[in-house]
Design a protein around this ligand. Structure first.
Ligand SMILES: [Zn+2]
Length: 301
């Protein structure tokens, strides 16, 4: 992979010595050819040694451990347990009343959804290549569930505020209020800054050699508004409303139909986070989501 960087150096130097300098040697200097030969040998040894060191660095195996990692050698995420989805595939339909309600919800979502314009510092474009030059499939292929901790208004206020510092930039694609309202914060085609250092089933995308990879390039992020009794760091709270589970199921059904997202690729921030600091969404009831997705037919197949 480092060949394109090496090629101009090794190709240019011999060319400049042989093709241009040699014909310019004047006849009166020719009787000093032993000195020229010695100089050429010494230069050749030095040049050869330089190229050799460069190629060893490219391979990476012979580099002294004190040197920084070569950014051209792809780096894999640390080994972590694979995601075991709590969602169960099934083609059985359930409560007809619930199905009718969810189908109405899905139709409403498809016809119109509230949107908010957030500040460009808080999101980006999906990358087509990673930092190693490899082509990426930037279609959404994963959904990461979050919670807001504070109210939905506080989250929106954060997203519309300019954040010049990388550490403060954050966004999700959608927010779901306790009353079941859905706010599209970012078009799914954009890259939300929903998870920092993160990976899913051994997959991440590294776009900056100075920091670890993340799932953001192939993820959609949705966050549930936390109830008032969850505005702290406690491990649990009173949970989410039936209206929130309805809205989440409808939104996920829409995304799963539009993108290549299987049920097994719906996960949590707590699972993908490599820093071990995230535990959201706390108190999430997978059975509530499972029932609704099954009723919408999104778990069939
Ligand atoms: Zn989160």
């Amino acid at each position: 992979m480092i060949r394109p960087q090496q090629a101009p150096v090794s190709a240019a130097l011999p060319g400049s010595l042989c093709s241009h300098d040699a014909p310019m040697i004047r006849p009166q200097w020719r009787h000093h050819w032993p000195l020229w030969l010695l100089a050429a040998v010494l230069l050749g040894v030095g040049l050869g040694g330089w190229i050799d060191r460069g190629e060893r660095s490219a391979v990476g195996r012979l580099r002294p451990p004190s040197q920084p990692a070569n950014p051209m050698v792809p780096i894999q995420p640390p080994a972590r347990p694979r995601w075991v989805s709590p969602l169960v595939r099934s083609c059985q339909s359930g409560d007809p009343e619930q199905r009718l309600r969810l189908e109405q919800r899905l139709r409403a979502l498809r016809s119109s959804v509230a949107t908010v314009q957030i500040h460009p510092t808080n999101y980006g474009q999906r990358f087509q290549r990673d930092v190693f030059g490899r082509r990426l499939d930037s279609r959404p292929q994963l959904v990461v569930l979050h919670e807001t901790v504070y109210g939905i208004g506080s989250a929106i206020n954060t997203f519309v505020t300019p954040h010049p510092s990388d550490n403060d930039q954050v966004s999700y694609h959608a927010l779901i209020g306790q009353d079941g309202s859905v706010v599209q914060v970012l078009d799914p085609s954009k890259r939300a800054f929903g998870a920092g250092n993160s990976a899913f089933n051994g997959q991440w995308v590294m776009t900056n050699p100075q920091v670890g990879g993340s799932v953001n390039n192939f993820a959609l992020h949705v966050s549930l508004e936390t109830p008032l009794d969850g505005e702290d760091n406690a491990p649990t709270h009173s949970g989410y409303t039936p209206a929130q589970y309805d809205a989440l199921a409808a939104l996920l059904a829409e995304w799963m139909a539009r993108y290549p997202i299987p049920p097994e690729h719906i996960t949590t921030h707590a699972h993908v986070d490599l820093g071990g600091e995230r535990s959201d969404p706390r108190s999430f009831q997978w059975a509530e989501l499972n029932t609704r997705l099954q009723n919408l037919g999104s778990l069939c197949g």
